[in-house]
Write a protein that binds this ligand. Structure first.
Ligand code: IP8
Length: 265
């Protein structure tokens, strides 16, 4: 199973409307599930982000700071519930498309220490995959051994799963075409990098750090890339692509070339 495994991360900006709280991108979700269902028997794990479900609540209760006050406890519960709501929408669409997707809640098998995964028990996830099921996980609120609790991003989770389970490929579906040398949303001359090595990625992260005009968009993308580098170092191919454009996810899942950025060691 292991060497055929793909980890697909569906960004929150793809599966929700980030400008409106608790608004799923229903048609996009359905189209993506349909695309996945047309690809052959690959071994697959899906991880999705929080988008306009998890993030507004995590921010409202300042959960990323860790446990500082008691009102946050209800915030933890509400954030989890919002993620479960989004997860159910994705699962309903998956099942409708005959995908054997099984929701697995990350905080039930993962603890962090100072925001990084410390404990991870993959026996259940592996067992599901042995039966050709598709585990579906998400960015979650988790117990943290130092901070009480913390937010585990879908990116950190996807990267760690890919490493631990020996994935061959990780696909990062975002709302931009891939990794650009500058912000494609504000710079019409922004250049899409079709191929990158870890060294290229590190140089870009460094440049972004120096450049105080660095935009939120490239900043967020660099954060994702940083999270992926450990997996790339282990020989896992990372493909960053636009999940909002039909066909790209299914192309990448079947190993065909598609518009996007391929990051390799
Ligand atoms: O959207 C964080 O996951 P992300 C999810 O992958 C929560 O960063 C709980 C806000």
């Amino acid at each position: 199973v292991a060497s055929r495994l793909t980890v697909l991360k569906l960004g929150g900006s793809v599966i929700t409307d980030k400008t409106k709280e608790f608004t799923p991108s229903t048609e996009t979700i359905a189209r993506i599930m349909k695309e996945i269902s047309t690809t052959e028997d690959e071994s697959l794990i899906i991880v999705h982000g929080g988008g306009s479900y998890g993030h507004p609540l995590a921010k409202l209760y300042r959960l990323s700071n860790g446990h500082t006050n008691q009102t946050q406890i209800l915030g933890f519960a509400r954030t989890r519930q919002a993620m479960m709501d989004l997860n159910k929408i994705i699962l309903d669409s998956a099942i409708e498309n005959h995908l054997p997707c099984i929701s697995v809640q990350p905080s039930a098998f993962i603890r962090t220490r100072n925001r990084r995964i410390e404990d991870i028990d993959l026996r259940i996830v592996s067992g599901l995959m042995d039966l050709h099921m598709i585990p579906v996980m998400f960015g979650d609120v988790v117990l943290d051994m130092q901070l009480g609790f913390s937010i585990l991003s879908g990116d950190q989770l996807a990267s760690r799963l890919a490493i631990e389970l020996g994935a061959k490929r990780m696909i990062l579906a975002a709302d931009v075409d891939g990794v650009f040398d500058s912000d494609p949303k504000t710079n019409p001359k922004a250049y899409l990098m079709e191929r990158m090595t870890t060294q290229d990625a590190e140089a870009l992260i460094e440049r972004e750090k120096q450049d105080d005009r660095g935009s939120d968009v490239t900043g967020r993308m660099m954060g994702k890339i940083k999270e992926m580098l450990a997996a790339v170092e282990k020989g896992i191919q990372v493909v960053v692509l636009n999940g909002c454009v039909p066909g790209r996810i299914s192309n990448a899942l079947t190993g065909r070339r598609t518009i996007g950025t391929v990051i390799e060691r």
